[in-house]
Design a protein around this ligand. Structure first.
Ligand code: SAH
Ligand code: SF4
Length: 395
């Protein structure tokens, strides 16, 4: 167990801007940024708002990737756009489908780096689990992603691009004249529970989620988006104010001593401080409740006393406790708690008045379950300059 694991950020963020000669990718730009880009590209200011609306709808509502398909724009204007801009999303390198229907996509982003995206179909919903970073700077000792060194933050385009590539694969873009809200959506929920700590890539995650929530775009309700954090306290209020989605927190322990070992960021932001931030969240974000995630590790955090302490700690916070049976990965230093232990733990929480669902592991056979994601990118870890040169980006 990495008792001396680093808890500081070591993030290499590559600017989205492409070299002057290259075309600019419109995917992931905010409405304001898109407006600016169009004006800089020659669109008259008095027409910019209308053009933003039209292009936005083509990209995010209809899934179009060619300017030539934007039939409500003049032919000459379409050609001008194509000269200056592109509509690009990350590439799917491979897709694995589990026996239970879970799909895992290995996704290549600029620079040749890879992240994973997982689609989990259930009877009443379809959840897309997306990544926010290549690897993770944090080193939670039970998490496979935490063993991978971070290479870089994803851009907003690469984050929203994961929703778009899954829609491509599932064939979910609406037919002309059909409103996506009319159908039972295959991707009905988005969770930021893939690789990375979303609150260490705040701006890109925020901008991407605003696109996902935009009523003229992918149009998912903010209540159907859940951001999971290991507990980056200073960013929690900002998440409520600037994103307003549902919040999940990787709690996993009921004493600072144990949490320091499992979730090393706890050494910086202690349980009491974290709980204060969580107490304020529902009101700030106008959401009903917080999800507490709790991984069940045999003989580490799974006693009845732990369950009782947990109930006491979260008193007064509208909450649901999601119990996650530990998912194994090669070389993992833990075991999953026995089933009876998990049920007894769940029972104590349930009797205290909280929902305490036990999360069924999905896609274990393809290493797609919670905490099993890890791409091979760290093997090719490079310097900032090397990554930038590879991706054709300015630093
Ligand atoms: N970085 C974010 C999102 C992570 S993944 C965070 O830590 O919250 C979603 C959940 O899976 C988190 O609660 C994470 O702690 C948990 N998890 C990580 N590794 C796991 C494993 N091997 N088995 C079960 N859950 C795991
Ligand atoms: Fe990073 Fe979350 Fe894994 Fe911790 S659990 S290492 S924060 S991805």
């Amino acid at each position: 167990m990495p008792a001396s694991a680093p808890i500081t950020q070591d993030v290499v963020t590559i600017a989205r801007k492409l070299p002057e000669t290259d075309r600019i990718n419109l995917v992931g730009l905010t409405r304001a940024q898109l407006r600016e880009a169009l004006i800089a590209g020659g669109t008259p200011e008095n027409k910019a708002k209308m053009r933003v609306d039209q292009i936005w709808q083509w990209i995010y509502q209809k899934g179009v990737r060619e300017f030539d398909a934007m039939t409500n724009l003049g032919k000459a204007y379409r050609a001008e756009l194509a000269e200056r801009f592109t509509i690009e999303i990350p590439e799917v390198v491979s897709r694995q489908v589990s026996a239970d229907g879970t799909r895992k996509y290995l996704v290549r982003i600029a620079g040749g780096h890879e992240v994973e995206t997982v689609y989990i179909p259930e009877a009443d919903r379809g959840t897309l689990c997306i990544s926010s970073q290549v690897g993770c700077t944090l080193t939670c000792s039970f998490c496979h992603t935490g063993t991978q060194k971070l290479v870089r933050n994803l851009t907003a385009g690469e984050i929203v691009g994961q929703v778009m590539l899954a829609r491509d694969d599932l064939g979910e873009w609406p037919e002309p004249g059909r409103n996506p809200k009319d159908e039972t959506r295959l991707i009905s929920n988005v969770v930021l529970m893939g690789m990375g700590e979303p609150l260490y890539n705040f701006e890109s995650v925020r901008d991407a989620m605003r696109i996902v929530m935009d009523g003229e775009g992918i149009s998912l309700s903010r209540r159907r988006i859940t951001l999971s954090t290991s507990g980056i306290v200073p960013e929690i209020a900002r998440t409520a104010e600037e994103i307003g989605c549902m919040l999940a927190v990787s709690f996993h322990a009921t004493t600072d001593e144990v949490r320091d070992k499992l979730v090393p960021i706890n050494r910086k932001y202690k349980i009491a401080e974290l709980l204060d931030a969580l107490r304020a969240y529902p009101k700030l974000s106008n959401s009903e409740r917080i999800t507490f995630e709790y991984v069940m590790l045999k003989d580490v955090n799974d006693t009845d006393a732990d369950a009782r302490r947990l109930v006491k700690l979260i008193q007064g916070i509208p909450a649901k406790i999601n119990l996650i049976p530990f998912n194994e990965w090669p070389g993992a230093p833990y075991e999953r708690s026995d089933w009876e232990r998990i049920e007894s733990f769940a029972d104590i929480i349930y009797k205290a008045g909280y929902a305490s669902p036990i999360r069924t592991p999905r896609g274990e056979d393809i290493m797609a379950a919670c905490g099993q994601l890890k791409s091979a990118t760290d093997r090719a870890r490079k310097t900032r300059a090397e990554i930038a040169a590879e991706a054709g980006l300015n630093t």
